[in-house]
Design a protein around this ligand. Sequence first.
Ligand SMILES: [Zn+2]
Length: 92
Amino acid sequence: MTYRERNRSIVERATISDVLRLAGRPQPDRRGRICCPVHDDDHPSLKVQPSGRGVRCHACGWRGGVLDFAVALGLGRDRAGAALEVERRIGR
Ligand SMILES: [Zn+2]
């Protein structure tokens, strides 16, 4: 499996909710919002997309997919590292 294939496979399987669980963070509130990991957020500004595979912050404008979010939560130094970590830990 190439790096690109591995990333695509993980993005197809893992969700923002999975990444939150792996990072030990709370799940989104009833409005699908969580505190933004990129800026100093004291109330939830980061909206999880209905697909569950992307996020966008209404305060600082940061947006990303599952792997970008995993990096922001410290699950990898870059998207490749996050892909390996998420794959290893979701193990399915
Ligand atoms: Zn933000």
